[in-house]
Design a protein around this ligand. Structure first.
Ligand code: PLP
Length: 417
């Protein structure tokens, strides 16, 4: 019989974002015009070059005498692995060979596979994540009976080395870092990553371990102004790079991504043969392989082509101005299409804010911060500009003004009583 507690946990823990989905749909059905910042669904279409390559691939498949849509090696088409290895080598300035690239069904699939390899169900392995964090990590880790351990970020939501150090135990197997970060938009600096690598070197020696770092870089083509992406793979050998085309090309529904193992992993990790050998087998027992047609397209267009991501930046700037005027406090995101903002002081917490936000003909939806790692984030909201129109962002100014007026009125009324 299914584990009741586990199923209850799945249903309950997913609730903040799921609840938003439901409420937005309900509002539309009632004829309202929601202002929707809840979803992280890419709103920008893939570029023309993507569709041209897709057409070519379809014709090649149709006209070929052989069946080009049959099974393949579990790690993907050799030519696609080669293309990804070439582009990633240029991007990270690390020499990858095709054998270090594993094609997956998006980064969620890559993270699941890594979680399965590094979780030992017998010892209740611990995988550390930095809060606030992308809550789906919880499922990826618990799917394979692992324990997610939260290390709090510092007051600017950057990596806090002291907290990370305190979170490492004998059971720690891996750390997941996400930069540029969902929900904060922070990018970890080169010096922070070097400090993390230094800390892990010391801890590995002390505990006689080889802790793995998994870098989730799905937003690393969405970097604003003069910020830069740095990869932990340049500073720490026991590391993996996870990426996908969901955000950079707006291909979230097509499930195409990959992970890359640091070429130095083989020199450094005692168990590298078993680990690398397990990946194709886990892929086989999971999705079998990453979608073939999409792999053939990536083989043609590579990893550097993107949608017109500047549109997201324009919307981030527009919303930033409106939120600042309305009393929100936030650091402008260095990357991603999210703004992680502290609500104006007149509201008790984000639930109080949302009570006012969802009223009226133009209900406003954003995700309460609590859903990204607990009560420390009670006064935060995540705004996603990915799928919202500029017109709806403009409507936000009047909405927030009207809410603030109503809230102040209610505060004054309470004071008088
Ligand atoms: C931080 C982060 N990692 C992973 C994913 C999963 O993306 P994919 O579509 O590549 O599986 C997302 C999706 O929103 C994300 O925000």
């Amino acid at each position: 019989m299914a584990n009741k507690k586990y199923l209850e946990w799945i249903v309950e823990s997913g609730s903040p974002i799921r609840k938003m989905f439901g409420l937005v749909e309900e509002a539309k059905l009632k004829g309202k015009k929601p202002i929707n910042y809840a979803l992280g669904n890419p709103g920008i279409k893939p570029p023309k070059e993507y569709y041209a390559a897709l057409r070519e691939v379809l014709l090649e498949c149709e006209n070929s005498k052989e069946n080009l849509n049959s099974y393949m090696q579990n790690a993907g088409y050799s030519e696609t692995q080669e293309r990804v290895a070439k582009d990633l080598s240029g991007e990270l300035k690390i020499k990858f060979s095709k054998n270090e690239i594993f094609m997956t069904a998006g980064s969620a699939n890559a993270l699941n596979i890594l979680s399965r390899v590094f979780n030992n169900p017998k010892t209740k392995t611990e995988i550390i994540c930095v809060a606030p964090y992308f809550v789906e990590y919880n499922y990826y880790i618990r799917n394979y009976n692992g324990n997610l351990v939260l290390a709090q970020s510092d007051e600017n939501f950057d990596l806090d080395l002291n907290n990370l150090e305190k979170s490492i135990t004998r059971n720690t197997k891996a750390i997941i870092i996400n930069s540029p970060n969902n929900p904060t938009g922070i990018i970890y600096s080169e010096s922070k990553l070097k400090e993390l690598a230094g800390l892990l070197d010391i801890k590995n020696k002390k505990l006689n371990k080889e802790i793995i770092v998994i870098e989730d870089a799905v937003y690393n083509k969405m970097i604003w102004e003069d910020n830069k992406f740095f990869s932990i793979l340049n500073y720490y050998p026991n590391s993996f790079h996870v990426n996908s085309f969901s955000k950079s090309l707006g291909l979230a529904g097509e499930r195409i991504g990959y992970f890359a193992v640091n070429p130095d992993f083989k020199k450094n990790h005692i168990d590298w043969k078993n680990i690398l050998g397990a990946f194709p087998i886990i892929l086989r027992s999971n999705v079998i392989n990453s979608p073939g047609i999409q792999q053939k397209v990536i083989q043609k267009i590579g990893c550097n082509l993107t949608s017109d991501l500047g549109i997201y930046k324009k919307k981030i700037d527009l919303l930033s101005n409106i939120l600042s005027e309305s009393g929100f406090e936030f650091r402008k995101p260095q990357g991603t299409f999210y703004i992680w903002a502290k609500i104006p002081g007149i509201y008790e917490d984000s639930s109080d804010f949302m009570k006012y936000a969802i009223r009226g003909k133009a209900p406003l939806f954003a995700v309460p911060g609590k859903g990204f790692g607990g009560r420390r984030f009670n006064k935060y909201l995540r705004f996603s500009v990915s799928d919202i129109s500029e017109e709806d962002i403009q409507r936000t100014r009047e909405k927030l003004n009207e809410m603030n007026r109503r809230k102040l009125k209610s505060i004054n009324k309470k004071k008088k009583n």
